[in-house]
Design a protein around this ligand. Structure first.
Ligand code: COA
Length: 376
């Protein structure tokens, strides 16, 4: 029996965390439609939902937010380590190192307990600290001084302010980041989540499972696509070149970043909200050419290949209009997806069995070893 390439179509496990409904192109977090969550909740409420199985009451949210705000700081030694990293290191690699360091600094983690309570504690610490790691490891690599997180600001106000290096509370900008974090938070057995579950299933700890996931997310076929989308739009540069660029890529059988999906075949329900917010930002800033290029590419891809944009396509332009450095697009995705990863690690550890599939050997057989002097 030959394996399904890329495990396409395979059901690898049960989950209560999210449902991708391909028949309606919709995505549901613990039974709630993501579009309704974007309209009516904040990213932190969604983080609570993913980690605790239901939306918080007002009291629960207050406590959750208080924990998050008071745990944003990271050890000074981590700043020293980032100062000693080469300036060419990618922010995703700095984030992966940062998460590993946070695991080493967490004394309770070294005791090796993977109980539900311990995993929840570690997940909330990472949720609180990852924006600081993302913003400050990047700033240090650019020769800029780190900035302190501001506990007076909401999660997304603080994250955006740290990334941009100035206090930012423009409502449209904060809502765009916050909604993008909701949309990026969880997506079933995607590649990075699956890798987190594989690591967790060996009874390794949550920090190591998240490090595995970050390494997996970095690839351009997965989370790394959002930064590649923006480099591509910059390369195209003007709407006049967009159609021919797309046709050339199709003709040369090259992948166009931000299009296609393993599960969705007729559109990705996560795109509408962020596209709309991006268009509002374009109106606010007067910079419309990225949406013009995107519109032409989308029309051409649908007409020629019936392949639709995924979330990374409109997210890239929205982040660009927010003034976010392109190399930080995937780390921001990771700072959101920590919630989904952690929910899956909790689910895995709460009912664990080692994940270890078989494979079909298709190489040569029954070979005889010649002495080295006879091998040519
Ligand atoms: N650009 C051009 N063609 C694409 C494409 C894209 N982005 N995505 C899929 N296709 C084409 C493939 O060339 C293939 O065509 P063929 O049957 O004529 O050979 C067909 O669609 C199936 O693609 P395949 O790569 O087998 O699908 P997959 O399910 O293995 O891959 C992705 C899914 C997401 C990896 C793929 O769509 C892709 O590489 N997209 C670009 C990267 C990206 O945006 N990733 C973020 C995903 S959320």
């Amino acid at each position: 029996m030959r394996a399904n390439r890329g495990l396409a179509g395979l059901i690898a496990g049960d989950t209560t965390i999210s449902k991708v409904d391909v028949s309606t192109n919709s995505l549901w977090y613990r039974g709630y439609d993501i579009n309704e969550l974007c309209a009516k909740t904040s990213f932190l409420e969604v983080a609570y939902l993913l980690l605790n199985e239901d939306l918080p009451t007002s009291k629960q949210l207050t406590e959750f937010e208080a924990f998050e705000r008071s745990n944003r700081g990271i050890p000074k030694a981590m700043y020293t380590a980032f100062e000693n990293m080469p300036t060419h290191a990618h922010p995703m690699d700095l984030l992966k190192i940062g998460v590993s360091m946070l695991g080493s600094f967490d004394e309770e983690n070294s005791l090796g307990s993977n109980t539900h309570e311990q995993n929840l504690r570690k997940a909330m610490l990472l949720l609180s600290k990852m924006p600081t790691v993302v913003a400050n490891s990047y700033r240090i690599s650019k020769g800029q001084p780190p900035v302190e997180p501001d506990s007076e600001l909401s999660y997304s106000e603080n994250f955006l302010s740290m990334i941009l290096g100035k206090k930012t509370n423009d409502p449209l900008s904060v809502k765009t980041l916050d909604n993008s974090l909701i949309l990026y938070a969880e997506h079933g057995y995607n590649a990075s989540t699956f890798s987190a579950r594989v690591t967790a299933a060996t009874l390794s700890d949550l920090y190591n499972a998240v490090s595995s996931a970050i390494g997996t997310l970095k690839g351009p076929l997965h989370g790394g696509a959002n930064e590649q989308v923006m480099y591509m739009l910059q390369e195209i540069e003007s709407p006049e070149r967009a159609k021919q660029y797309t046709l050339n890529k199709i003709h040369n059988k090259e992948k166009i970043m931000g299009f296609g999906h393993r599960l969705y075949r007729t559109g990705d329900s996560r795109t509408a909200v962020i596209k709309n917010l991006g268009e509002q930002l374009a109106e606010q800033t007067g910079i419309t050419k990225w949406h013009e290029i995107s519109r032409i590419m989308e029309e051409t891809m649908i007409a020629e290949k019936k392949i639709y944009p995924n979330l990374d396509f409109p997210a890239a332009t929205a982040y660009y209009l927010l003034g976010i450095p392109i190399e930080l697009y995937t780390p921001i995705f990771a700072a959101s997806r920590i919630t989904g990863w952690a929910a899956h690690i909790l689910e895995q550890h709460d009912d664990n069995r080692l994940i270890r599939p078989g494979c079909e050997y298709v190489g040569p057989t029954s070979r005889k070893v010649k002495p080295i002097s006879e091998r040519l």
